[in-house]
Design a protein around this ligand. Structure first.
Ligand code: MG
Length: 270
């Protein structure tokens, strides 16, 4: 079939850490030679598209910022729709704070003093590599006292890094949600509907004409849903036992992004 667009995951699909994965260049070339527009969709909430383009360039992948959609962007879009003009209490890193502030939100940063922060309307929880017991204590007291709804940037509990997996936003969101005994109002990034909608808009593509490639069943493949053609790559976190246990079934399971060529040519086994 002739695809009109491709949604590509980044970590575990195109790169691991700062290194391009084997097969990534071949897969990208296969899409380019068929003039299929691509969009890199990442659950990384800490960098804006411009910085993410830099990261890809260092790994040898030339991508324009307009070809990148991150969890930061989908969080900003969600807040713009549901929390317009509100002040954000942020458990997260400076890179996300800058994205929220450049979108016009006032941000109260989570302290570690144990006293509730005042003046916020909504809590945003995300990866924070300085997150500790005192951060959690302050967050719990703030969210309870101020009765803040909790919004998470992305569900990734762990992230594949060069030296091994590290905890991601999902771990911090779970810690906060457990401690305040309340489910988050929304968790953005993939597979949230708003991310799917933003991606399809950006590609100007109907879901039935769109290909999704990624290494996570619960985010990348789940984003594709029933309508898109989904391809799971084994170059990231998915292993055989995860594939067998999951209720999410990809249309294709392949070794690397290079195998997208066979999917485009109709030669890949389902
Ligand atoms: Mg991935």
């Amino acid at each position: 079939m002739q695809f009109q667009g491709a949604i590509l995951d980044v970590d575990g699909t195109v790169v691991r850490g700062e290194e391009r994965l084997p097969g990534a260049a071949e897969g990208l070339a296969a899409l380019a030679s068929r003039s299929i527009p691509r969009l890199f969709v990442s659950n990384n909430p800490t960098r804006p598209a411009t910085a993410y383009a830099e990261k890809l360039r260092r790994a040898g992948v030339d991508a324009a910022p307009s070809e990148i959609l991150t969890a930061g962007a989908s969080t900003v879009a969600y807040l713009g729709r549901h929390h317009t003009g509100e002040t954000v209490y942020l458990v997260g890193e400076r890179g996300l704070r800058e994205q929220l502030e450049s979108a016009g939100f006032d941000v109260v940063v989570a302290g570690r003093h144990g006293n509730p922060e005042r003046g916020a309307d909504v809590a945003v929880v995300s990866i924070d590599r300085e997150f500790d017991y005192d951060t959690l204590t302050t967050a719990v007291r703030t969210i309870r006292t101020e009765e803040l709804p909790v919004v998470g940037t992305d569900p990734d509990a762990v992230i594949p890094a060069a030296a091994g997996d590290v905890p991601g936003s999902g771990s911090m969101i779970a810690a906060v949600a457990d401690a305040v005994e309340r489910e988050p109002e929304a968790v953005l990034g993939k597979p949230h509907e708003i991310t799917r909608e933003l991606a399809l808009d950006r590609l100007d593509c109907d879901p039935a004409d769109c290909l999704v490639v990624g290494d996570r069943l619960d985010t990348d493949i789940a984003l594709g849903g029933e309508q898109m053609t989904t391809v799971l790559v084994r170059s990231g976190v998915a292993d055989e036992s995860r594939i067998e246990r999951s209720s999410v079934a990809p249309d294709y399971v392949v070794d690397s992004l290079a195998d997208v060529r066979a999917v485009l040519d109709g030669d890949a086994g389902e």
